[in-house]
Ligand binder design. Structure first.
Ligand code: C2E
Ligand code: MG
Ligand code: MG
Ligand code: MG
Length: 283
């Protein structure tokens, strides 16, 4: 049961753990249990479309709801899931939960697109089959799913990435490059990859107002998006000044605390109701 989580499960947090193998094994057990006990949850963060002033997309962000530790941030366990290979299983759960949620929103008249982060391992294994099956199972319009991958993931093996991205595109799924500007990507590949959007990393957004270099970089990414016919999403928008900056530069979407924090699905409704004045009924 969820209450039965002993201290021993957190051996991997012990700073002086010497036996790496045992540490990983203990960790794997903890994370596997977390999956069985449904301790992972998804929060959703809205993105505002600046041309329509409507919330069109929400990003699914995973959390570990731990009995003792409370909400654990993905930064603290995603790398561990990657190391143990459990990211495939958890990643599938995330994708499926997000697809179900998107389908539920559609069913009640909110045609929201859901953005889901895709880890390196997921991108390398079974992604096409998984996505294909989930879309069918939940009869979700593929255009409602946006997969986010980082530059490093797609640049690792360009040929393979092109293959995967082409197939996803053929399925109708949209693709975003996450944390854009922090990794290495060749502009030539950016043009060739079938990508739908670029997400400006929040590190260029936070000090935008008083750092002209960050402003120049953010502006350059928006312009790059315009010339390559890609949508640009600014992440980490925390102030009205930052929002106005992106509005003025005709950035397509903004995401950040200024619009809303990542939140449980049910909390999104009031926010969307208040923003999306004209509620469109689809199907
Ligand atoms: P990301 O995909 O770049 O997600 C954006 C992160 O920025 C989220 O952190 C979000 O809570 C945070 N954020 C959003 N708006 C603001 C803002 O205005 N100010 C500030 N300071 N932060 C903001 P979070 O949820 O802790 O996620 C961190 C990273 O963990 C994500 O970065 C993503 O790389 C990874 N991650 C999260 N969920 C998943 C998932 O379901 N699967 C995988 N593979 N990775 C995930
Ligand atoms: Mg993301
Ligand atoms: Mg990001
Ligand atoms: Mg990030």
């Amino acid at each position: 049961t969820a209450k039965h989580t002993g201290r021993d499960q957190f051996r991997f947090y012990a700073p002086k753990m010497k036996d790496r193998g045992r540490e990983l094994l203990a960790l794997e057990t903890d994370l596997r249990r977390a999956l069985e006990r449904e301790e992972f949850i998804l929060h959703y963060q809205p993105q505002l479309d600046l041309s329509t002033n409507q919330i069109t997309t929400v990003e699914a962000l995973v959390r570990w709801q731990h009995a003792q530790r409370g909400l654990v941030s993905p930064g603290d366990f995603i790398p561990l899931l990657e190391q143990t290979g459990l990211i495939i299983e958890v990643g599938n759960w995330i994708l499926e939960t997000a697809c179900k949620q998107a389908q539920a929103w559609w069913a009640c008249g909110y045609p929201l697109r859901i953005a889901v982060n895709c880890s390196a391992h997921q991108f390398q294994q079974y992604l096409l089959d998984t996505v294909h099956q989930l879309l069918q199972k939940h009869s979700l319009n593929p255009a409602c799913l946006e997969l986010e991958v980082t530059e490093s993931v797609v640049m690792q093996d360009v040929q393979y990435a092109t293959h995967i991205l082409e197939h996803l595109k053929a399925m109708g799924v949209t693709l975003a490059i996450d944390d854009f500007g922090t990794g290495y990507s060749s502009l030539a590949y950016l043009k060739r990859f079938p990508i739908h959007s670029l997400k400006i990393d929040h590190s260029f957004v936070h000090e935008l107002s008083d750092d002209s270099e960050d402003a120049a970089i953010a502006e350059a990414i928006v312009l790059l998006g315009h010339s390559l016919d890609l949508e640009v999403v600014a992440e980490g928008v925390e102030s009205e000044a930052q929002a106005r900056f992106f509005q003025n530069h005709q950035c397509h979407r903004i995401q950040g605390y200024w619009i809303g924090r990542p939140m449980p699905a049910e909390n999104l409704f009031p926010l969307i109701e208040s923003r999306n004045v004209k509620r469109r009924i689809v199907n």
